[in-house]
Write a protein that binds this ligand. Structure first.
Ligand SMILES: [Zn+2]
Ligand SMILES: [Zn+2]
Length: 493
């Protein structure tokens, strides 16, 4: 993709190193994909020179939490988020006949019954009228229920009358359907999805993508990803979402977990919280595992020296994770992480600090759900002020990693940084520099890579991005170019 020589000088108005000192330079010598020298003044060397004189250079971004398969699939299959009625949805489906024939089924994403004119799920008879003989599955936006056609129902066990009469699947039958159809996705389609995600990632300045992939039922996706790692345009670091230590060891991975659910989500009232939901006063969410089950998993991983990551959103779920770790470890040698870690209190923050657990946060959640009027406030009332309290976490010295949870929020670290700097609760805001660190040095620490990426230092990988404006002066910026291991992998048109 790049016709750059293997040794060159790159110049910019400022190059920020993002290491401890965060010094600024104006030129950098890149040799065979690594940073060899940083210069405070334009060097007089007779080497090829790339000049970005009015621009700024920072380390390539690290997105610490993404879903590479789901993100790509959502780009391949139709998105229903803007559909206004059932008729419109059926039109969208009808327009995807050739894709359906090609892959043998059709997924549709982001269906929200409350948002369409009819305010209900679509019935199977309605989908059948399109006349496709292939299975069609219309996923609700939260991926916890779906509408399907008769061709899809034929592949399911005839266990529940309501589902078979209506084509509306919820609960266990939905989970079964989701897992069944995931198996229909061919390796080629999975790879295509991976590559779509990676192209979007690098266009937003991401040079290392940490991704959560696979499940107890899906023993193909992570295997396929690992097989193809060398062919990807940027670095991909997988967390295998299984509790099966052997599968992970077989792939030679040093980490396990991802969105292994300790609890659910605020959207579906399943995130486990101490005080009940504001808008469902009789519920306080779900803990999916017992302490004993979690302890068994953590102990097994710890004894193999594996780093773990688990999904915990509500304070009651985070408390469970911390409580179980407190039984097992004194300090966090393997850098175990808590993904999301949204609703916290001061005691929990102190216990996280004492154990040295890493927090893998998604600041853009605040952009979409934060403040006194959006989802957090609807579900939690005044507790919205305590969600994703980045300032408290960072002032306690906790390592906070930055991620998107894409496709939940866009693959866009600049949006994450902006969301952290303009947190709806002014007291939870952090500086631009701290926010940049979440998506660079801290991200590197989160995967044991702080000695080779995440900063621009001697002998580090030459992963860097060119930004239009001074990133320490403004959060509204544009990625102009992206370099990965010394090669230019993206240029903005
Ligand atoms: Zn999750
Ligand atoms: Zn996730």
């Amino acid at each position: 993709m790049s016709d750059l020589p293997s040794t060159y000088i790159i110049e910019a108005q400022r190059i920020y190193t993002m290491d401890e000192e965060n010094q600024s330079y104006c030129a950098m010598l890149v040799d065979n994909g690594r940073i060899k020298t940083l210069f405070a003044a334009s060097p007089l060397l007779s080497l090829p020179k790339i000049e970005f004189s009015s621009y700024f250079i920072v380390p390539g971004f690290i997105d610490s939490h993404t879903h590479i398969l789901l993100y790509g699939l959502q780009k391949i299959f139709p998105d229903l988020s803007d559909a206004q009625s059932i008729a419109e949805i059926l039109e969208i489906i009808a327009a995807h006949q050739s894709l359906t024939q090609q892959v043998g089924f059709l997924f549709c994403y982001n269906f929200e019954p409350e948002k369409i004119k009819e305010r209900r799920y679509i019935y199977k008879d309605e989908i059948d009228r399109i006349g496709f003989s292939y299975p069609i599955i219309i996923f609700r936006a939260d991926m916890h229920s779906a509408s399907v056609n008769s061709a899809a129902l034929k592949l399911l066990p005839q266990s529940d009358k309501f589902s078979f009469q209506t084509g509306i699947l919820k609960g266990n039958i939905y989970e079964y359907t989701y897992k069944t159809f995931l198996k229909f996705i061919s390796p080629d389609l999975r790879l295509k999805a991976f590559r779509i995600t990676l192209n979007d990632a690098l266009a937003s300045g991401i040079t290392t993508l940490v991704t959560m992939l696979g499940s107890e039922e899906d023993s193909e996706s992570c295997e396929l990803l690992v097989e193809n790692l060398a062919s990807f345009p940027i670095e991909v670091v997988p967390f295998y979402q299984t509790q099966n230590i052997n599968r992970v060891k077989k792939l030679g991975l040093k980490r396990i977990g991802g969105c292994i659910l300790i609890d659910g989500s605020f959207g579906s009232h399943t995130a486990a919280i101490f005080d009940n939901y504001n808008d469902e006063p009789h519920t306080n969410g779900i803990l999916y595992l017992s302490d004993q089950e979690l302890e068994n998993f953590f102990k097994a991983a710890e004894s193999e020296g594996l780093q773990t990551a688990v999904h915990a959103i509500g304070d009651r779920a985070i408390d469970q994770v911390v409580r179980v770790w407190e039984k097992i470890i004194k300090s966090n040698t393997y850098r175990h992480r808590i993904e999301h870690c949204e609703l916290l209190n001061d005691t929990l923050i102190q216990r996280i600090k004492d154990l040295g657990l890493l927090v893998s946060a998604q600041p853009a959640f605040e952009y979409f759900w934060g403040g006194p009027e959006k989802l957090y406030a609807i579900r939690l009332g005044e507790r919205w002020r305590s969600t994703n309290h980045l300032a408290k976490l960072i002032s306690h010295g906790i390592k906070v990693l930055g991620g998107s949870d894409a496709p939940v929020t866009p693959l866009n670290p600049l949006l994450g940084i902006k969301s952290a700097v303009y947190h709806p609760n002014p007291e939870a805001r952090i500086s631009i520099l701290e926010a940049m660190k979440m998506f660079s040095v801290n991200g590197a620490y989160g995967i044991f890579a702080e000695n080779r990426i995440g900063a621009l230092k001697l002998n580090y990988e030459a992963n860097f991005i060119v930004l239009e404006k001074d990133p320490l002066a403004t959060v509204d910026n544009t990625v102009v170019s992206v370099f990965y291991r010394g090669k230019k992998v993206f240029t903005k048109n």
